[in-house]
Design a protein around this ligand. Structure first.
Ligand SMILES: Cc1cc2nc3c(=O)[nH]c(=O)nc-3n(C[C@H](O)[C@H](O)[C@H](O)COP(=O)(O)OP(=O)(O)OC[C@H]3O[C@@H](n4cnc5c(N)ncnc54)[C@H](O)[C@@H]3O)c2cc1C
Length: 488
């Protein structure tokens, strides 16, 4: 995984610069957090802000996995579409869960101020585009989001989308003016800095090799030290491993790769004028402009770990397919990380047994959801807030082990293949409609010039031609015209 900064502030990032310390002495704390990704660091920050003593144990370094290699887009909601959320938990609880997801985004916004995280480069607005022509479906979803889920969202017609994104691959769009993006890498290191400032201690190169969650004071074992804490929060995502293997097995790991192009100059502005993040409704492509004239693009996925550099060519081709007018683009950096997908598509947030917590399974949408989870868990431990129970219907489900990974890959490929095929079909239909409109206009013009009427439309094959209408009957003066009744 490379160490690319994912924002307009450029590729040189100094925010990660701090002295790494490994836990080499036994320690007591109120809360021990396993994992220094977005999930673990948000719990640590929130709990430390509420006055708890917190130790974070990280096996590698802050932001080592997905959290240090994300694109920084902060949207409301979850990986699970809102319709499916309602089907699963009912309308009222879906509304509450959705509102929590917005609170998560608000928390990221509050943390990501220039004052707290200099150079974070927060910019507003994100656009979700459809790859098939589904205007009606989109409008009903937008209506529900804005009327029932208090989310600001605008429907964009195809023309408006294509004014900003010069490609025939996208149709309608949903524009979220309150969504935003930040420099993803700066955010994770900024979060670590805020947590430290609030009093949390972060130990890197400190893998947790086992835990004993029984008893009031729980024990945590690392290669060179032991820790005792009243609460353990497992935030290790797919790499958690030995401390609770069965928990890791409830996640399907998906490696996602992204690239940043070399500066593209004027040609980028000619192809893309939208300045926020763009995601497609199938979750295949996700991109935005960084540094003024570079494109940051995330697309391919695998269910096994691979070197991100292997995907440079695939990302370059994908960019060219969607925006042919860009021509060949040079890739200057490739990076990636593994996200944990749950079987039901919702994150794992809650208490497994007294004092043992989990915050994981955030999939591709981890910024707002992990922030909300951190806040819920810290407030539950320290303030008795029980709202995390809203996530109880989404229990831990075994993700199928290695067979599940193969199945997940096939399902993913099928879904992507399907959406690509649907996109091709939608674009074909659109071209056919345009050709038909041109043909009709030419016919009308030819008839006008020739002074003739257009021919009657042919009946569909197998159906008789309709009878010619009878010539109008001669109307006697004072008699009612055809269709008029005698008495009115
Ligand atoms: C290319 C890409 C782009 C993305 N873009 C976005 C985006 O724009 N917006 C968005 O919302 N989301 C995005 N995501 C998703 C987001 O990055 C993830 O959902 C999120 O980072 C998950 O955070 P986490 O803390 O749960 O996991 P991780 O980032 O995996 O962190 C877990 C940490 O725990 C540590 N750990 C594990 N086990 C142990 C152990 N036993 N002992 C000690 N430490 C341990 C690991 O070393 C790791 O550092 C993207 C993901 C990728 C890969």
């Amino acid at each position: 995984m490379s160490e690319t900064s994912t924002g307009a502030a450029g590729l040189s990032d100094t925010s990660a610069a701090h002295e790494r310390s490994r836990l080499s002495f036994d320690l007591d704390a109120d809360i021990c957090v396993v994992g220094a990704g977005l999930a673990g660091l948000t719990v640590a920050l929130e709990a430390a802000r509420l006055g708890a003593s917190v130790a974070v144990l990280e096996g590698r370094h802050v932001g080592w996995n997905a959290s240090g290699h994300q694109l920084g887009t902060v949207m409301p909601g979850y990986g699970l579409p809102v319709g499916e959320l309602i089907a699963r938990v009912g309308f009222e609880d879906a509304r509450k869960l959705w509102s929590l997801s917005r609170q998560g985004a608000d928390l990221v916004r509050a943390n990501a101020s220039e004052e707290l995280m200099p150079g974070i480069g927060l910019t507003e607005g994100a656009l979700e585009v459809s790859k098939i022509d589904v205007g009606d479906q989109l409008i009903s979803r937008l209506k529900m989001l804005s009327e029932d889920f208090e989310t600001e969202v605008e429907g964009w017609q195809v023309d408006r989308v294509r004014e900003q994104l010069k490609t025939g691959h996208y149709f309608h769009g949903a524009y979220y003016p309150k969504a935003f993006q930040v420099d993803g890498r700066k955010y994770i290191h900024g979060l670590a800095a805020l947590a430290r400032r609030a009093g949390a201690r972060i130990f890197e190169d400190t893998p947790v090799v086992s835990i004993d969650p029984s008893g009031i004071r729980k024990r945590i074992v690392t290669p060179s030290a032991r820790l005792r804490a009243s609460h353990i929060v497992l935030a290790g995502n797919i790499h958690l491993g030995a401390p609770l293997k069965r928990l890791s097995e409830t996640l399907l790991p998906v490696w996602r790769y992204a690239a940043v192009t070399a500066p593209l100059g004027e040609r980028l502005a000619e192809a893309i004028t939208f300045q926020g993040s763009v995601t497609d409704s199938d979750g295949v492509d996700h991109f935005r402009i960084v540094d003024g004239d570079r494109l940051m693009w995330s697309s391919p996925e695998t269910t096994w770990a691979a070197r991100p550099q292997r995907f440079a060519g695939a990302i370059e081709r994908r960019i060219r397919t969607i925006f042919p007018r860009l021509g060949k683009v040079e890739i200057s950096d490739v990076f990636g990380g593994a996200v944990g997908q749950t079987v039901h598509g919702m994150p794992q947030i809650g208490q497994l047994r007294k004092g043992l917590w989990v915050t994981s399974g955030f999939g591709r949408q981890g910024l707002n959801t992990s922030a909300m989870a951190g806040q819920l868990i810290a407030q539950s431990i320290l303030r008795g807030d029980e709202r995390w129970r809203l996530f109880s219907p989404f229990e831990l489900v075994w993700a199928g082990g290695p067979t599940g990974r193969v199945a997940g890959h096939i399902v993913g490929m099928w879904g992507r293949g399907n959406s690509a095929a649907a996109g091709v079909l939608a674009r074909y239909r659109e071209r056919a409609r345009a050709r038909e409109r041109i043909r009709e206009a030419r016919l009308v013009e030819a008839n006008r010039q020739a002074g003739t009427r257009p021919p009657r439309p042919r009946p569909p094959p197998g159906q008789p031609r309709p009878a010619r209408p009878a010539p109008p009957a001669a109307v006697e003066p004072g008699a009612p015209a055809q269709g008029e009744s005698e008495n009115g």
